[in-house]
Write a protein that binds this ligand. Structure first.
Ligand code: DCP
Ligand code: MG
Length: 372
Protein backbone atom coordinates (compact mmCIF):
# COMPACT_ATOMS: atom_id res chain seq x y z
CA UNK A 1 0.00 0.00 0.00
CA UNK A 2 2.35 2.71 -1.26
CA UNK A 3 0.07 5.06 -3.18
CA UNK A 4 -2.66 4.63 -0.61
CA UNK A 5 -0.75 5.67 2.50
CA UNK A 6 -3.37 8.42 2.44
CA UNK A 7 -6.23 9.55 4.61
CA UNK A 8 -8.39 6.44 4.12
CA UNK A 9 -5.81 4.10 5.65
CA UNK A 10 -5.74 5.80 9.05
CA UNK A 11 -6.46 3.32 11.84
CA UNK A 12 -10.12 2.99 12.74
CA UNK A 13 -10.79 1.22 16.04
CA UNK A 14 -13.05 -1.73 15.38
CA UNK A 15 -15.86 -1.04 17.88
CA UNK A 16 -18.00 2.08 17.41
CA UNK A 17 -17.69 2.81 21.15
CA UNK A 18 -13.93 3.25 20.65
CA UNK A 19 -14.27 6.18 18.26
CA UNK A 20 -15.91 9.59 18.20
CA UNK A 21 -18.94 9.67 15.93
CA UNK A 22 -20.25 13.20 15.45
CA UNK A 23 -23.84 14.03 14.51
CA UNK A 24 -22.78 15.74 11.29
CA UNK A 25 -20.33 14.04 8.99
CA UNK A 26 -18.97 14.22 5.43
CA UNK A 27 -20.58 11.31 3.60
CA UNK A 28 -24.34 11.73 3.99
CA UNK A 29 -25.33 10.43 0.57
CA UNK A 30 -23.42 7.17 0.99
CA UNK A 31 -24.43 6.71 4.64
CA UNK A 32 -28.10 7.18 3.71
CA UNK A 33 -27.76 4.58 0.94
CA UNK A 34 -26.10 2.02 3.23
CA UNK A 35 -28.75 2.63 5.90
CA UNK A 36 -31.50 1.94 3.36
CA UNK A 37 -29.85 -1.41 2.58
CA UNK A 38 -29.49 -2.09 6.32
CA UNK A 39 -33.17 -1.35 6.90
CA UNK A 40 -34.16 -3.51 3.96
CA UNK A 41 -32.04 -6.39 5.31
CA UNK A 42 -33.76 -6.08 8.70
CA UNK A 43 -37.16 -6.10 6.94
CA UNK A 44 -36.08 -9.40 5.39
CA UNK A 45 -35.08 -10.78 8.77
CA UNK A 46 -31.37 -10.80 7.91
CA UNK A 47 -29.62 -9.64 11.06
CA UNK A 48 -26.14 -10.34 9.65
CA UNK A 49 -26.68 -8.18 6.56
CA UNK A 50 -28.32 -5.49 8.71
CA UNK A 51 -25.19 -5.38 10.89
CA UNK A 52 -22.80 -5.40 7.93
CA UNK A 53 -24.42 -2.35 6.31
CA UNK A 54 -24.95 -0.60 9.67
CA UNK A 55 -21.28 -1.06 10.61
CA UNK A 56 -20.10 0.22 7.23
CA UNK A 57 -22.39 3.27 7.51
CA UNK A 58 -21.15 3.88 11.04
CA UNK A 59 -17.49 3.78 9.96
CA UNK A 60 -18.21 6.37 7.25
CA UNK A 61 -19.79 8.68 9.84
CA UNK A 62 -16.34 8.97 11.47
CA UNK A 63 -14.40 9.76 8.29
CA UNK A 64 -13.02 13.29 8.57
CA UNK A 65 -13.33 13.89 4.80
CA UNK A 66 -15.70 13.26 1.89
CA UNK A 67 -14.98 10.14 -0.14
CA UNK A 68 -14.32 11.12 -3.73
CA UNK A 69 -12.82 8.27 -5.67
CA UNK A 70 -13.52 4.56 -5.80
CA UNK A 71 -9.79 4.10 -5.20
CA UNK A 72 -10.13 5.49 -1.65
CA UNK A 73 -12.75 2.87 -0.82
CA UNK A 74 -10.40 -0.11 -1.16
CA UNK A 75 -8.60 0.63 2.10
CA UNK A 76 -11.69 1.39 4.19
CA UNK A 77 -11.77 -0.73 7.32
CA UNK A 78 -14.77 -2.70 8.54
CA UNK A 79 -16.56 -2.33 5.24
CA UNK A 80 -17.48 -5.64 3.68
CA UNK A 81 -17.19 -6.28 -0.04
CA UNK A 82 -20.89 -5.68 -0.60
CA UNK A 83 -20.79 -2.28 1.13
CA UNK A 84 -17.66 -1.32 -0.81
CA UNK A 85 -19.35 -2.12 -4.11
CA UNK A 86 -22.29 0.06 -3.10
CA UNK A 87 -20.00 2.94 -2.15
CA UNK A 88 -17.97 2.68 -5.35
CA UNK A 89 -21.10 2.62 -7.48
CA UNK A 90 -22.37 5.79 -5.81
CA UNK A 91 -19.03 7.53 -6.27
CA UNK A 92 -18.93 6.56 -9.95
CA UNK A 93 -22.58 6.82 -10.97
CA UNK A 94 -24.15 8.99 -8.21
CA UNK A 95 -26.68 6.20 -7.63
CA UNK A 96 -26.57 2.54 -6.71
CA UNK A 97 -28.89 0.23 -8.63
CA UNK A 98 -29.48 -2.04 -5.65
CA UNK A 99 -30.52 0.90 -3.47
CA UNK A 100 -32.89 2.18 -6.16
CA UNK A 101 -34.40 -1.30 -6.52
CA UNK A 102 -34.91 -1.59 -2.77
CA UNK A 103 -36.53 1.84 -2.55
CA UNK A 104 -38.96 0.88 -5.32
CA UNK A 105 -39.78 -2.57 -3.98
CA UNK A 106 -43.28 -3.20 -2.70
CA UNK A 107 -42.04 -5.11 0.34
CA UNK A 108 -39.68 -2.30 1.43
CA UNK A 109 -42.28 0.42 0.91
CA UNK A 110 -45.04 -1.46 2.73
CA UNK A 111 -42.76 -2.48 5.58
CA UNK A 112 -41.64 1.11 6.00
CA UNK A 113 -45.23 2.31 6.30
CA UNK A 114 -46.35 -0.55 8.56
CA UNK A 115 -43.34 -0.49 10.93
CA UNK A 116 -43.83 3.28 11.09
CA UNK A 117 -46.95 2.61 13.18
CA UNK A 118 -46.37 2.88 16.95
CA UNK A 119 -46.60 -0.65 18.35
CA UNK A 120 -45.75 -2.45 15.11
CA UNK A 121 -42.42 -4.26 14.86
CA UNK A 122 -40.82 -6.02 11.92
CA UNK A 123 -42.35 -9.42 12.71
CA UNK A 124 -45.90 -8.07 12.90
CA UNK A 125 -45.48 -5.98 9.76
CA UNK A 126 -44.04 -8.92 7.82
CA UNK A 127 -46.86 -11.21 8.93
CA UNK A 128 -49.37 -8.61 7.77
CA UNK A 129 -47.50 -8.27 4.48
CA UNK A 130 -47.71 -12.00 3.92
CA UNK A 131 -51.46 -11.75 4.64
CA UNK A 132 -51.74 -9.25 1.80
CA UNK A 133 -51.69 -6.01 3.78
CA UNK A 134 -49.83 -3.23 1.96
CA UNK A 135 -51.04 0.08 3.34
CA UNK A 136 -52.71 1.75 6.30
CA UNK A 137 -56.15 1.51 4.72
CA UNK A 138 -55.76 -2.28 4.41
CA UNK A 139 -55.60 -2.38 8.22
CA UNK A 140 -59.28 -1.42 8.50
CA UNK A 141 -60.08 -5.03 7.60
CA UNK A 142 -58.26 -6.37 10.67
CA UNK A 143 -59.05 -3.51 13.03
CA UNK A 144 -60.47 -5.93 15.58
CA UNK A 145 -57.12 -7.73 15.78
CA UNK A 146 -55.02 -4.63 16.50
CA UNK A 147 -53.61 -4.03 19.98
CA UNK A 148 -54.58 -0.87 21.85
CA UNK A 149 -51.13 0.50 21.15
CA UNK A 150 -51.45 -0.15 17.42
CA UNK A 151 -54.93 1.41 17.30
CA UNK A 152 -53.54 4.56 18.94
CA UNK A 153 -50.56 4.47 16.57
CA UNK A 154 -52.87 4.30 13.57
CA UNK A 155 -55.16 7.02 14.90
CA UNK A 156 -52.25 9.46 15.35
CA UNK A 157 -50.17 8.18 12.44
CA UNK A 158 -49.86 11.49 10.56
CA UNK A 159 -48.76 13.49 13.61
CA UNK A 160 -46.33 10.79 14.73
CA UNK A 161 -44.73 10.68 11.27
CA UNK A 162 -43.81 14.35 11.66
CA UNK A 163 -40.46 14.75 13.38
CA UNK A 164 -40.53 16.15 16.91
CA UNK A 165 -38.60 19.44 17.01
CA UNK A 166 -36.28 20.48 19.83
CA UNK A 167 -38.72 23.25 20.72
CA UNK A 168 -41.53 20.69 21.02
CA UNK A 169 -39.28 18.38 23.05
CA UNK A 170 -38.58 21.22 25.48
CA UNK A 171 -42.30 21.92 25.86
CA UNK A 172 -42.89 18.21 26.56
CA UNK A 173 -40.11 18.47 29.18
CA UNK A 174 -41.95 21.31 30.92
CA UNK A 175 -45.16 19.25 30.98
CA UNK A 176 -43.39 16.17 32.32
CA UNK A 177 -41.41 18.09 34.94
CA UNK A 178 -44.51 19.96 36.08
CA UNK A 179 -46.41 16.71 36.60
CA UNK A 180 -43.59 14.90 38.41
CA UNK A 181 -42.62 17.89 40.57
CA UNK A 182 -46.19 18.35 41.75
CA UNK A 183 -45.62 15.09 43.67
CA UNK A 184 -41.86 15.19 44.34
CA UNK A 185 -40.51 18.75 44.02
CA UNK A 186 -36.83 17.77 43.80
CA UNK A 187 -37.23 14.85 41.37
CA UNK A 188 -34.49 14.69 38.71
CA UNK A 189 -35.65 14.60 35.10
CA UNK A 190 -33.19 14.28 32.20
CA UNK A 191 -33.96 14.30 28.48
CA UNK A 192 -32.10 11.36 26.92
CA UNK A 193 -32.15 9.74 23.45
CA UNK A 194 -31.26 11.62 20.30
CA UNK A 195 -31.89 15.09 21.76
CA UNK A 196 -29.18 14.50 24.38
CA UNK A 197 -26.81 13.60 21.53
CA UNK A 198 -27.49 16.99 19.98
CA UNK A 199 -30.11 16.07 17.37
CA UNK A 200 -32.50 18.88 16.45
CA UNK A 201 -35.31 16.42 15.63
CA UNK A 202 -36.43 13.03 16.86
CA UNK A 203 -39.13 10.42 16.41
CA UNK A 204 -39.99 10.74 20.11
CA UNK A 205 -38.84 12.38 23.35
CA UNK A 206 -37.13 10.19 25.94
CA UNK A 207 -36.81 11.03 29.65
CA UNK A 208 -35.02 9.44 32.57
CA UNK A 209 -36.38 10.03 36.06
CA UNK A 210 -34.56 9.47 39.35
CA UNK A 211 -34.24 10.59 42.97
CA UNK A 212 -31.64 9.88 45.70
CA UNK A 213 -34.40 8.58 47.93
CA UNK A 214 -35.82 5.47 46.33
CA UNK A 215 -39.07 5.75 48.33
CA UNK A 216 -39.80 9.00 46.52
CA UNK A 217 -39.94 7.07 43.22
CA UNK A 218 -42.51 4.53 44.43
CA UNK A 219 -45.72 5.01 42.45
CA UNK A 220 -44.49 8.36 41.14
CA UNK A 221 -44.72 7.51 37.43
CA UNK A 222 -48.30 6.25 37.70
CA UNK A 223 -49.39 9.31 39.71
CA UNK A 224 -47.74 11.78 37.34
CA UNK A 225 -49.18 10.11 34.25
CA UNK A 226 -52.66 9.99 35.82
CA UNK A 227 -52.32 13.71 36.65
CA UNK A 228 -51.35 14.53 33.03
CA UNK A 229 -54.18 12.32 31.79
CA UNK A 230 -56.69 14.20 33.94
CA UNK A 231 -55.52 17.44 32.31
CA UNK A 232 -56.11 15.97 28.83
CA UNK A 233 -52.40 15.76 27.97
CA UNK A 234 -52.31 12.01 27.35
CA UNK A 235 -53.76 10.38 24.22
CA UNK A 236 -52.41 6.91 24.99
CA UNK A 237 -50.19 5.35 27.58
CA UNK A 238 -48.96 1.98 28.68
CA UNK A 239 -46.86 1.47 31.82
CA UNK A 240 -44.51 -1.48 32.06
CA UNK A 241 -43.68 -2.24 35.69
CA UNK A 242 -40.20 -2.72 37.07
CA UNK A 243 -38.97 -6.25 36.48
CA UNK A 244 -36.21 -8.27 38.08
CA UNK A 245 -33.82 -10.97 36.82
CA UNK A 246 -32.31 -8.56 34.34
CA UNK A 247 -29.03 -8.08 36.20
CA UNK A 248 -26.84 -10.22 33.95
CA UNK A 249 -28.76 -9.93 30.74
CA UNK A 250 -27.20 -7.79 28.07
CA UNK A 251 -30.40 -7.37 26.11
CA UNK A 252 -33.19 -6.95 28.63
CA UNK A 253 -34.03 -3.75 30.41
CA UNK A 254 -36.22 -3.93 33.49
CA UNK A 255 -36.86 -0.31 34.41
CA UNK A 256 -40.38 0.92 35.05
CA UNK A 257 -41.29 2.60 31.75
CA UNK A 258 -44.22 4.54 30.35
CA UNK A 259 -44.73 4.47 26.59
CA UNK A 260 -47.06 7.35 25.82
CA UNK A 261 -48.57 9.58 23.18
CA UNK A 262 -48.93 13.12 24.47
CA UNK A 263 -51.31 15.78 23.18
CA UNK A 264 -48.80 18.62 23.12
CA UNK A 265 -50.51 22.04 23.08
CA UNK A 266 -49.28 24.30 20.26
CA UNK A 267 -46.76 27.02 21.06
CA UNK A 268 -48.22 30.34 22.23
CA UNK A 269 -50.92 31.29 19.70
CA UNK A 270 -49.30 33.23 16.90
CA UNK A 271 -50.77 36.54 15.97
CA UNK A 272 -51.63 36.21 12.34
CA UNK A 273 -50.75 39.42 10.45
CA UNK A 274 -54.30 39.88 9.25
CA UNK A 275 -56.00 38.88 12.49
CA UNK A 276 -59.51 40.19 12.55
CA UNK A 277 -60.19 39.83 8.86
CA UNK A 278 -62.56 37.08 7.91
CA UNK A 279 -60.88 34.04 6.39
CA UNK A 280 -62.76 31.62 4.18
CA UNK A 281 -62.96 28.37 6.14
CA UNK A 282 -62.18 25.92 3.38
CA UNK A 283 -62.29 22.74 5.38
CA UNK A 284 -64.98 22.82 8.02
CA UNK A 285 -63.09 20.90 10.70
CA UNK A 286 -62.23 23.06 13.69
CA UNK A 287 -58.52 23.91 13.98
CA UNK A 288 -56.67 21.59 16.29
CA UNK A 289 -54.50 23.22 18.96
CA UNK A 290 -52.32 20.22 19.78
CA UNK A 291 -49.98 17.74 18.16
CA UNK A 292 -49.59 14.05 19.05
CA UNK A 293 -46.03 13.34 20.23
CA UNK A 294 -44.46 10.02 21.29
CA UNK A 295 -42.91 10.17 24.75
CA UNK A 296 -40.99 7.51 26.72
CA UNK A 297 -40.61 7.97 30.48
CA UNK A 298 -38.14 5.71 32.30
CA UNK A 299 -37.65 5.50 36.07
CA UNK A 300 -34.26 4.39 37.38
CA UNK A 301 -33.21 3.90 41.00
CA UNK A 302 -30.46 6.37 41.92
CA UNK A 303 -27.81 3.63 42.17
CA UNK A 304 -28.46 2.60 38.56
CA UNK A 305 -28.95 6.10 37.19
CA UNK A 306 -25.61 6.44 35.34
CA UNK A 307 -26.06 3.07 33.66
CA UNK A 308 -29.61 3.98 32.64
CA UNK A 309 -28.42 7.35 31.33
CA UNK A 310 -25.71 5.68 29.25
CA UNK A 311 -28.18 3.05 28.04
CA UNK A 312 -30.91 5.49 27.04
CA UNK A 313 -28.73 8.09 25.37
CA UNK A 314 -27.96 5.86 22.38
CA UNK A 315 -27.51 5.78 19.51
CA UNK A 316 -28.94 2.30 19.08
CA UNK A 317 -25.86 1.17 17.17
CA UNK A 318 -23.58 2.78 19.77
CA UNK A 319 -25.39 0.87 22.55
CA UNK A 320 -25.12 -2.35 20.62
CA UNK A 321 -21.40 -1.88 20.05
CA UNK A 322 -20.80 -0.90 23.68
CA UNK A 323 -22.43 -4.13 24.85
CA UNK A 324 -20.56 -6.19 22.25
CA UNK A 325 -17.24 -4.60 23.28
CA UNK A 326 -17.98 -5.23 26.98
CA UNK A 327 -18.76 -8.88 26.39
CA UNK A 328 -16.14 -9.79 23.78
CA UNK A 329 -13.18 -7.70 24.94
CA UNK A 330 -13.83 -7.26 28.68
CA UNK A 331 -15.90 -10.36 29.47
CA UNK A 332 -18.40 -8.08 31.17
CA UNK A 333 -22.14 -7.85 30.74
CA UNK A 334 -23.42 -4.29 30.38
CA UNK A 335 -27.02 -3.17 30.48
CA UNK A 336 -28.87 -0.08 31.69
CA UNK A 337 -28.85 -1.39 35.27
CA UNK A 338 -25.15 -2.06 35.71
CA UNK A 339 -21.96 -3.77 34.67
CA UNK A 340 -21.23 -7.38 35.67
CA UNK A 341 -17.77 -8.95 35.43
CA UNK A 342 -18.42 -12.50 34.29
CA UNK A 343 -15.04 -13.89 35.33
CA UNK A 344 -14.71 -12.06 38.67
CA UNK A 345 -18.46 -12.43 39.28
CA UNK A 346 -18.86 -8.91 40.61
CA UNK A 347 -20.79 -5.72 39.81
CA UNK A 348 -19.17 -2.33 39.25
CA UNK A 349 -21.10 0.55 40.81
CA UNK A 350 -20.82 3.92 39.04
CA UNK A 351 -21.97 7.43 39.84
CA UNK A 352 -21.26 8.95 36.41
CA UNK A 353 -21.00 7.92 32.76
CA UNK A 354 -17.28 8.77 32.91
CA UNK A 355 -16.81 6.07 35.54
CA UNK A 356 -18.52 3.47 33.36
CA UNK A 357 -16.22 4.24 30.40
CA UNK A 358 -13.30 3.98 32.83
CA UNK A 359 -14.50 0.58 34.12
CA UNK A 360 -14.50 -0.58 30.50
CA UNK A 361 -11.09 0.90 29.76
CA UNK A 362 -12.61 3.17 27.15
CA UNK A 363 -11.86 6.78 26.33
CA UNK A 364 -14.81 8.89 27.53
CA UNK A 365 -17.16 10.00 24.76
CA UNK A 366 -19.60 12.85 25.29
CA UNK A 367 -23.22 12.22 24.22
CA UNK A 368 -22.67 14.20 20.99
CA UNK A 369 -19.81 11.82 20.10
CA UNK A 370 -22.07 8.76 20.37
CA UNK A 371 -23.95 9.23 17.09
CA UNK A 372 -22.70 5.89 15.73
N1 DCP B 1 -32.63 2.14 23.66
C1 DCP B 1 -32.08 0.88 23.60
N2 DCP B 1 -32.89 -0.19 23.56
C2 DCP B 1 -34.21 -0.05 23.56
C3 DCP B 1 -34.79 1.22 23.61
C4 DCP B 1 -33.95 2.30 23.65
O1 DCP B 1 -30.87 0.75 23.60
N3 DCP B 1 -34.99 -1.14 23.50
C5 DCP B 1 -31.75 3.30 23.74
C6 DCP B 1 -31.00 3.61 22.49
C7 DCP B 1 -31.70 4.80 21.93
C8 DCP B 1 -32.34 5.45 23.13
O2 DCP B 1 -32.53 4.43 24.06
O3 DCP B 1 -30.81 5.67 21.30
C9 DCP B 1 -33.62 6.10 22.79
O4 DCP B 1 -34.38 5.30 21.90
P1 DCP B 1 -35.06 5.93 20.62
O5 DCP B 1 -35.67 4.81 19.84
O6 DCP B 1 -35.95 7.04 21.02
O7 DCP B 1 -33.82 6.47 19.76
P2 DCP B 1 -33.23 7.92 19.59
O8 DCP B 1 -33.75 8.84 20.64
O9 DCP B 1 -31.76 7.72 19.52
O10 DCP B 1 -33.71 8.35 18.16
P3 DCP B 1 -35.00 9.20 17.74
O11 DCP B 1 -34.49 10.55 17.43
O12 DCP B 1 -35.52 8.50 16.53
O13 DCP B 1 -35.98 9.18 18.85
MG1 MG C 1 -35.79 9.12 20.96
Amino acid sequence: SSVSSDKATQETPSYACQRRTPLHHHNKEIVDALQILALSASFQGSEARYLGFTRAASVLKCLPFTLQSAEEVKDLQFCGGHSKTVIQEILEDRVCREVEMVKNSEHYQSMKVLTGIFGVGIRTADKWYRDGIRSLSDLNEIEGKLTGEQKAGLLHYTDLQQPVTRDEAERVEQLVKGALQSFVPDVQVTMTGGFRRGKQEGHDVDFLITHPNEEALNGLLRKAVAWLDSKGSILYHHIKGRSHNFARSSTMDGHETCYAIFALPNACPEKSPDAGTIQPDLDKSPPRNWKAVRVDLVVAPYSEYSYALLGWTGSKHFERELRRFSLQVKKMSLNSHGLFDIEKKCHYPATSEEEIFAHLGLLYLTPSERNA
